[in-house]
Design a binder for this molecule. Structure first.
Ligand code: NAD
Length: 380
């Protein structure tokens, strides 16, 4: 096998522009961009002119003719399942942005097909690869905060297009198949299940608090769009072992300084800040022997490494394909996360508590990648 993974991107939009194209340039010791595909072929060409590779306007044509080992699926959510399945059927490894699929049964199909074809599916969001996740798992597994009894996850924003700087038309984020649940929940749920394993059951409420919104920037700037998927979701969940949690996720929070996750244990509390990255972690301890109590910031080794970046999922795919390393952000965990999201809709509609059928067992904390490097996205 060559020492670089040949990547074809499908979906030349914001995520490609902000994360994945720069990653192929700055991490060119591991990655080689050989193709970019978009229904807007002019945009694909704009990107290949800048970053290299061949432009395509049709996905199947790219899969058939481009010189690629793997496809990065960076399109709107409703297209993910079909594009992932088609890539696997064409014998390509896959990176897929969140969510892997819309429905749990499709997620199971992806797991089975990837196993059958012996291909890797590297799943965003990248939380499992982040040095902060490793540190969090280490602290919890060593019992620093004791037995965790209560979890609070807050993973809401005001949604794409609500801030200045949208390069594309983000209206589709508010349409069926997308929405805050499908876009935002994964960050908190990958972090949670990577730490404590699968969720047993949940109860949810979902509503649309902002039925009409004006897009603030990008090509859709000034247009009013009607949301046809809930933008405000609140969930209560049961992890088993008498541990309960709450989660809010959606597009109704303009700003907050609340932690994205709080863990309340018998011996202390951990607060985590940041969505796809752990930007800060705080620990509260109350030591009964010394009567010393208080908050401290937790050091996070490796925060400068490339594993702390959003497209680290490309690196983990390269490690898996080129070096045979285990993929720590694989589709089994995401299938469980997608079942959680699906069961939120079931519970919100029925008003009943719903059990999950799938489970997930996280890897040990020291299996997560560790690297301390100077090249902060090539800027050092
Ligand atoms: N926007 C963000 O802040 C952000 C951040 C992290 C991850 N993501 C994820 O990245 C993915 C893409 O989001 P985005 O923000 O880049 O969206 P976007 O709308 O900016 O880009 C999507 C691109 O896909 C193209 N496309 C649509 N249908 C296609 C088809 N059939 N074949 C080929 N190309 C097609 C569109 O023309 C567009 O260029 C989503 O899964 C999203 O959740 C987005």
């Amino acid at each position: 096998m060559a020492d670089r993974l040949k990547i074809g991107i499908v979906g030349a939009g914001a995520a490609a522009r902000w994360y994945y194209l720069p990653a192929t340039r700055h991490w060119d010791d591991r990655l080689q961009l050989t193709a970019v595909c978009d229904v807007d072929e002019a945009r694909a060409k704009q990107f290949t002119d800048e970053y290299g590779g061949a432009p395509y306007g049709d996905y199947e044509t790219m899969l058939r003719w481009a010189d690629i080992d793997a496809v990065a699926v960076l399109t709107p959510h409703t297209l993910h399942m079909e594009q992932v399945i088609t890539a696997l059927q064409a014998g390509k490894h896959v990176l897929v942005e969140k969510p892997m699929t819309e429905r749990f049964e499709d997620a199971q199909r992806v797991v089975e097909l990837a196993e059958e074809k012996a291909l890797h599916v590297s799943c965003a969001p990248p939380n499992m690869l982040h040095p902060g996740q490793r540190r969090l798992m280490e602290i919890v597994s060593k019992g620093v905060i004791g037995k965790i009894n209560l979890i609070k996850i807050s993973q809401s924003s005001m949604g794409p297009g609500s801030r200045p700087g949208a390069p594309t038309d983000f209206s589709w984020f508010y349409t069926a198949g997308a929405g805050g649940m499908s876009s935002m929940a994964g960050y908190g749920l990958v972090r949670l299940t990577g730490l404590l394993g699968g969720v047993k059951s949940l109860s949810a409420m979902a509503t649309t608090s902002i039925p009409e919104r004006v897009m603030r920037d990008g090509p859709a700037r000034g247009t009013t769009i009607t949301a046809d998927v809930p933008d405000n979701n609140v969930i209560v969940f049961d992890m088993g072992d008498d541990t309960l949690g709450t989660m809010d996720t959606g597009y109704v929070v303009m700003g907050t300084e609340a932690p994205s996750m709080s863990l309340f244990g018998s011996e202390g509390t951990i607060e985590v800040y940041g969505g796809d990255q752990v930007l800060r972690m705080r620990l509260y301890r109350d030591d009964w022997d010394t009567n010393v109590d208080g908050w401290q910031d937790v050091d996070i080794p490796g925060l400068d490494s490339r594993w702390a970046m959003h497209p680290a999922t490309l690196l983990s795919l390269a490690d898996a394909v080129l070096d045979g390393k285990p993929l720590l952000n694989g589709p089994r965990q995401l299938a469980h996360v997608i079942e959680f999201i699906e069961k939120v809709w079931v519970s919100a509609e029925s008003g009943e508590r719903v059990n999950l059928t799938s489970d997930y067992t996280p890897p040990p904390w020291d299996a997560l990648p560790m690297e301390v490097r100077e090249d902060r996205f090539g800027l050092a």
